[in-house]
Design a binder for this molecule. Sequence first.
Ligand code: MG
Length: 285
Amino acid sequence: MHTKLVAVATVVAFVGGCCTANRQNLSSSAKAAPAHKASQEKPGYTDTPMLPAGKWHVHDPNRTVPAVVPPGKTFSDGAAAPADAIVLFNGKDLSMWKGEKGAPQWKVEDGYMQVVPKTGYLTTKDSFGDFQLHLEFREPEKVVGDSQDRGNSGVFMHGIYEIQVLDCYNNPTYPDGQTGAIYGQTPPMANPCRKPGQWETYDIIFEGPRFDENHKASQPARVTVILNGEVVQNHQVILGPTNHRVLAKYTGKEPERGPIALQDHGNPVRYRNIWIREIHPQEQP
Ligand code: MG
C-alpha cells in the first residue's frame, strides 16, 4: 500500500512539471523545468515569480479553481464567416498556414486539421492587428496523460500571447494553465469544458499592445474570450508574451501586428472552422 502511494505521488509531481512553452524553447523548457515537490497534491509551482498583485506565483497550485459551469448545447458551433472575414481554415487545406520548417505537416481530413506531434506549430502566413477570431477545437477522445500533458495545445495571438487549449474535463491542473486561461497569468472565470471528443468553440476579441516612441508599452494588449458561450476573459490585460514558469512582461520589441499560431504540444488536438476579422478602434465621441 505504502509503495503504491509513493508511486502516485511521483506521478503527480511529474505531470505538474509539464508545460506550455513557446516554439523556440518547447523542448528545452520542458527538460529544464523542475517538478514541484512530490508531497504537493495539486499540480503547479510555488518556486516561480510572483504575479504583479503579489498574491500568487506563476502557475500557483493554490489559486481558486474556476467553477465548472457546463455550457449550453451549442453557441457559435459551425458559425459561418461574415463577409469581411478572412477564412484561415475551411476544412480542406492548410494554404493559409506555414509550418516551422516549411510546409505545415498537420493532418487534414473530414473538415478538420489535427496536430501531428513533433511537426511543430502552425502559423498563419498573414499578420493581424486587433481582431475577432472564431475557431473550434476538439480534445482527443482517448484520454491520455494528466494535467498539462492531457490534450495540450494553444492559440497564440500575434504568435506570442497564448490562450490555453487543454482537456480540462475532470483534469486538475494549475488554474492559470486551464483552457481559457491567459497562460501563466489569468485563469478563466469559469470552466465550461466539454467532454473530450466533443467540439468546443472559442470566440476571441483581441486588442494588441500599443508602444510609445521609447518602445514602452503605453497600452498593454487586452483580450476577451468566450469559450463554449461563456465569457472566461473580459477585456483582460495581457502582461506580455506568455511562457512557462515566466512572469510575462513587454520588452518593447513586440510587434503591433502578428500572426495566429496554433501549438503543437505533442497531443493530437483538432481544429476546424477558423476565421478572423480585423477590427479598428472607433472614433471617440
Ligand atoms: Mg498550450
